[in-house]
Design a protein around this ligand. Sequence first.
Ligand SMILES: Nc1ncnc2c1ncn2[C@@H]1O[C@H](COP(=O)(O)OP(=O)(O)O)[C@@H](O)[C@H]1O
Ligand SMILES: [Mg+2]
Length: 278
Amino acid sequence: MGEQEFIRAEHINKTFSKQGKKIKAVDDVSLELYRGECFGLIGESGSGKSTLANVIAGLEKADSGAVYMDGPGGKINLLDAGNRKIQKEYCQKRQMIFQNPRLSFNPAMTIGKGLEEGVRYYTKIPAARRKELALENLELVGLKREYYDRHSSELSGGECQRAAIARALMIEPEFLICDEITSALDVSVQAQIMSLFMEIQKKKKMTCLFISHDLALVSSICNRIAVMYNGKIVESGDTKQIIYHSSSNYTQKLLQSVFFADRETMTRYERKKMESSI
Ligand SMILES: Nc1ncnc2c1ncn2[C@@H]1O[C@H](COP(=O)(O)OP(=O)(O)O)[C@@H](O)[C@H]1O
Ligand SMILES: [Mg+2]
């Protein structure tokens, strides 16, 4: 109720050629994200999640399809390759966070300068204010001011992912795409990064496409999800509806492997915890 559509991907197709063979990585995928929601995209490795994310982010060119964002002037097709103005504007509205946080930083650059890069490129904010912004965002993700002068190689994986989140926040994006952002981290660190991420997503009211192969993780934070398999969305909608009343054989298998493999032997406490998380 009252949900306002913000991002809509329509009939996205993307085929790769590999050693003469064609791989249909994304096969006629459509999805819509409401403003301010954290929408989950799940599916096993190789199902096409990252390719779809990259197309939606404008980092990868689709064979066909469109991605619309709702703006003051109505809907615009973000994939309108001929329109540089739209592309530049979109780059200021969306950010992506990846599995490997080190790739977000140039190893030769300090974290502070890395944070400021986007602001320097897209805005006319003066240097002193840029630095203040970087320090504010470091604080927001729980990193000390000293990290401004460090290099990514001096940070732990978790710290580096915090810095990557701070970097993504610098231009105040309206749309955030997170591709397996905790998959490379230790389990204990994963939980910290997730709670940090959720807090920030809510506080900033960002629309988010949250991608993971981890169904338990996605279903614990997203009210709506889509399940991807073999380049297609096999199911999408309300998380609880999908978990409890899935109509897709694939989703059911995925669910069994994650939640219910051990259901018989689960203690009542574990079951309650599991059910309250979805
Ligand atoms: N640049 C590429 N060149 C060739 N094949 C690719 C490329 N990127 C992805 N693929 C293939 O596309 C399919 C989907 O990959 P991907 O989008 O990375 O899936 P996921 O993120 O769900 O693991 C896989 O079969 C993968 O091997
Ligand atoms: Mg991937």
